[in-house]
Each structure stands twice: as structure tokens, then as C-alpha cells.
Design a protein around this ligand. Structure first.
Ligand SMILES: NC(=O)c1ccc[n+]([C@@H]2O[C@H](COP(=O)([O-])OP(=O)(O)OC[C@H]3O[C@@H](n4cnc5c(N)ncnc54)[C@H](O)[C@@H]3O)[C@@H](O)[C@H]2O)c1
Length: 252
């Protein structure tokens, strides 16, 4: 991609990550911090991959005059996340909505700072329109322990799910909070959406997704068991009345 950017003289953005800071010993994390990464741990392919990507960006800028932008993106969430992406936001919301236990890896004392997706998009646009080639943290400094995060999800969902502690994940960073003074100074950007407001929108989205899946499963059963007896028009009406986004062809 850097070769292509050089050839067509494009400005190129690297979606880097807070993972470049590893399990940080400096808190909050400014861009000047070099990080604390285990080079052979289970997260190292991702962490070191992003670190070498930053390194290549800067080398192409210095040697080939490619115009680069580097965003260090902290944990981000919002509607249209995948329900099964395995990360904490989707896992906790789905568990709470389904009344299942909320499972916490480790003690839950580890912290994260979650930003809403629209703030990230605004930050990336501001970065691309800026004239800085320095890495810039894009994240929301509102920091919570994972245990506290689970409690907030329970409260917002109105769920009676219990909290269960599971084994700690290897090399799990114990704290994460962006220092966003560079973004404020160079991009005039800061997040606008609080974690709670963002979570409310995300919970509504997941609630709808779960309901859509339930309706689709029901209609598939209806079709499988009665497609010979229920006229197609009738099934189409059922689909419209459930307001699903699926049409009759999806089910065939
Ligand atoms: N949108 C994003 O946030 C995003 C995007 C792309 C890549 N990534 C990458 O995803 C990876 C994971 O990052 P992370 O550890 O900060 O996020 P994560 O959501 O996987 O975990 C956040 C914290 O929650 C804890 N946790 C406790 N119980 C959990 C449960 N049941 N399910 C999931 N997590 C639980 C984890 O141990 C961790 O401390 C990183 O490599 C990151 O760069 C994140």
C-alpha cells in the first residue's frame, strides 16, 4: 500500500492501535511513550504488526516523501459491530440481553477507555485534513474498570445477569487511557459522545439484531415445515408484518 501511495502520490492513513503501547507502564499513554510489548506473546502478531506498520510508514515518509497519517485508535464501539467479535462490549451486552451470566476474564480490575464510533470517524477525518505526520491518539479518556463496565451494562440493559470471573487472559494490558492532548492541539478534536450515551445506542442495536435473528429463525421453521401449505403471499405478508429486513428470497 505504501508503494501504491508513493506511485499515485496519495495521502495514506494507517489505522494503528493503542496495542502499540502493550501493557503500559505509563498512564495515561501519550504518543511519546514507546510501549511495553511482549514480542513473543499471544498478542504479539497484532501488536508488533502494527508497530512495524508505523515504522514502515515513517520510513516511506522520510525516504520517499509519502504523505502519511497515523491514528492510534483506542477501544471503539457502536452499532453495526459484529455480535460475535469476541470483544468485551459485544460479549457483555449480548450476555446481559440474553439473561446469561456476564463473564469477566480475570479480576475485572483491568481498565479500558471506550470511545463511540462517530467520535472516531470525526477524529480520523480531522487527522486526514490536518498537516501532521506524527502518530495521534484517537480515543475517549473516560476510563472504567472492566468490573465497573459490566455493572454499567447490567444497569443500562436492566438485566439481572450475575457476574462470573473466568481465568485471566495472557498478557492482558492492565490499564488503557489515551492522553489526547496532541489531538486537541493539532486536530482541535475531542470526543463528544459519553460512553453511556453510546452504549444506549449500541444496546438498542444489539436488541434489534437479536430480535431479527429470532424472527428469521421462526420464519425458517415456518417455511421448512409448512411451505407446501402456506401460500407464498401469506409468508410474504408475515415477513412484512415482522418488519424484518429479509425478503422472501433470503429464506429460500
Ligand atoms: N474497535 C476496537 O476496539 C478494536 C478494533 C480493532 C482491533 N482491536 C483489537 O482488539 C484487541 C483486543 O483489545 P482489548 O483487549 O483492548 O479489547 P477487548 O474488548 O478484547 O477486551 C477489553 C478488556 O475486557 C476484558 N474482558 C473481560 N471479560 C471479557 C469478556 N467476556 N470478553 C471480552 N473481553 C473481556 C479483557 O480481558 C480486556 O481486559 C486488540 O488487539 C485491539 O487492538 C480493537
Amino acid at each position: 500500500m505504501l508503494g501504491l501511495a508513493r506511485r499515485v502520490k496519495a495521502r495514506i492513513l494507517l489505522a494503528s492501535t493503542s496495542e502499540v503501547y502493550g501493557d503500559p507502564e505509563v498512564h495515561p499513554q501519550p504518543e511519546s511513550y514507546w510501549g511495553h510489548v511482549n514480542p513473543i506473546g499471544p498478542r504479539s502478531c497484532y501488536d508488533e504488526g502494527k508497530r512495524v506498520a508505523e515504522s514502515l510508514m515513517v520510513a516511506y515518509q522520510k525516504q520517499e516523501n509519502v504523505t502519511i497519517r497515523i491514528a492510534r485508535i483506542f477501544n471503539t464501539f457502536g452499532p453495526r459491530m459484529h455480535m460475535n467479535d469476541g470483544r468485551v462490549v459485544s460479549n457483555f451486552i449480548i450476555q446481559a440481553l440474553q439473561g446469561k451470566p456476564i463473564t469477566i476474564y480475570g479480576s475485572g480490575n483491568q481498565t479500558r477507555s471506550f470511545q463511540y464510533v462517530s467520535d472516531l470517524v470525526d477524529g480520523l477525518i480531522a487527522l486526514m485534513n490536518s498537516d501532521t505526520s506524527l502518530p495521534v491518539n484517537i480515543g475517549n479518556p473516560e476510563e472504567h474498570t472492566i468490573f465497573n463496565f459490566a455493572q454499567i451494562i447490567q444497569e443500562l440493559v436492566g438485566s439481572g445477569s450475575k457476574v462470573e470471573n473466568l481465568a485471566k487472559a495472557t498478557d492482558d494490558p492492565q490499564q488503557r487511557k489515551p492522553d489526547i492532548s496532541r489531538a486537541a492541539e493539532l486536530l482541535h478534536w475531542k470526543p463528544k459522545v459519553s460512553m453511556r450515551d453510546g452504549l444506549k445506542k449500541t444496546i438498542d442495536y444489539f436488541r434489534d439484531e437479536i430480535e431479527q435473528e429470532r424472527r428469521l429463525r421462526y420464519l425458517k421453521v415456518v417455511e421448512a415445515t409448512a411451505c407446501t401449505t402456506i401460500p407464498k403471499k401469506c409468508l410474504q405478508n408475515k415477513l412484512q408484518s415482522t418488519k424484518t429486513r429479509y425478503n422472501i428470497e433470503t429464506l429460500q
